[in-house]
Design a protein around this ligand. Structure first.
Ligand SMILES: [Zn+2]
Length: 313
């Protein structure tokens, strides 16, 4: 009986899986979804790494800013660079909006995808003392989130989502604990400067390219945006996106926090516990995998393209 029971369960599982897989592909075909490419995202990381560290006063910073703008400019309905000055530091947040094809966009929901585009100016976690003073390469920490967003710029240019999608690139996330500076300076500035901006939901992607990617349910997101986090993990489970593990992570200070504090539902997708390469000279593209980026992209793609608007009351 036990064995039979198992066989029955296995058969049920196979039937259910086949059903859902075929439903997913049919639904995707029916909606003519564009397809997120982990390989193309990886190329965006390579580009940033080639520029160099995205730190203040380094030419790579301006080159990266120009590169991000170039990717967004042709198709974005709105593109704004918001310069700011805080803690004696100059930064730029970059904000692109993609509206649905039909123009009654103002009454529609919107979702924000955010990532930090700066990198850490020191490798303070490196075990080699001589390397500690060097800037991190930031393939994963900085580069990967930007890459995912830029790949979405391509998708949204091909086919608009049924809601407004804002791609926001935050500066100066990674100065935290250097000279007593806080993390997420750019995201805090963005929230303070754009108080009218109240998207129904948002997702921050940070450190999502490691070949051994593990994304648990970050705790601040759980406390402040449980429904959205549940939705993301339901999609991930259906897609069998193994990087998304269904367990509680830790409380992480990242760019979602200023939004949560302002009462906005923003979930952080971040590798945790942090990979060994974190804030070391080892945060290189060799540790990145297109497959990891693909999983994150697939989940976000389904989230964005199947979330319809709610009519305002
Ligand atoms: Zn960092």
């Amino acid at each position: 009986m036990k064995t039979a029971g198992r066989i029955t369960k296995a058969a049920q599982w196979i039937t259910a899986t086949l059903c859902c897989l075929s439903f997913a592909s049919n639904a995707k075909e029916a909606m003519q979804m564009p397809v997120f490419s982990g390989e193309l995202a990886l190329q965006h990381i390579a580009k940033q790494v080639d520029f160099g560290p995205r730190i203040i006063d380094h030419p790579a910073k301006q080159q990266t800013l120009d590169y991000i703008r170039e990717q967004l400019l042709p198709e974005a309905d709105k593109l704004v660079v918001q310069p700011f000055q805080r803690h004696g530091l100059k930064g730029n947040n970059i904000w692109a909006s993609f509206y649905p094809t039909d123009k009654s966009a103002s009454s529609r929901n919107r979702i924000m995808l955010g990532a930090h585009w700066d990198t850490r100016p020191i490798s303070d976690r490196d075990s080699n003392i001589e390397l500690k003073a060097q800037p991190v390469i930031g393939a994963n920490d900085g580069g990967s989130g930007v890459a995912v967003l830029l790949e979405f710029a391509r998708l949204l240019s091909t086919k608009r989502a049924p809601l407004i999608v804002d791609l926001v690139f935050f500066d100066l996330e990674d100065m935290g604990d250097i000279d007593n500076l806080p993390f997420s300076i750019g995201a805090s500035e963005f929230v303070a400067k754009n108080r009218f901006y109240r998207p129904e939901s948002g997702v921050i992607v940070d450190m999502v390219c490691d070949r051994d990617l593990v994304i648990p349910r970050e705790r601040y997101s759980r406390d402040g945006a449980a429904q959205l986090q549940d939705k993301i993990w339901r999609i991930a489970a259906r897609q069998q996106a193994e990087a998304f593990v269904d367990r509680a992570g830790s409380y992480i200070h990242d760019d979602h926090l200023p939004f949560l504090k302002a009462g906005l539902k923003v979930v952080n997708l971040i590798h945790s516990p942090f990979p060994q390469s974190w804030h070391t000279s080892d945060d290189s593209i060799e540790r990145c995998s297109a497959k990891s980026l693909q999983q994150v992209g697939n989940v976000l793609e389904e989230l964005i393209y199947t979330t319809d608007y709610i009519k305002p009351r």
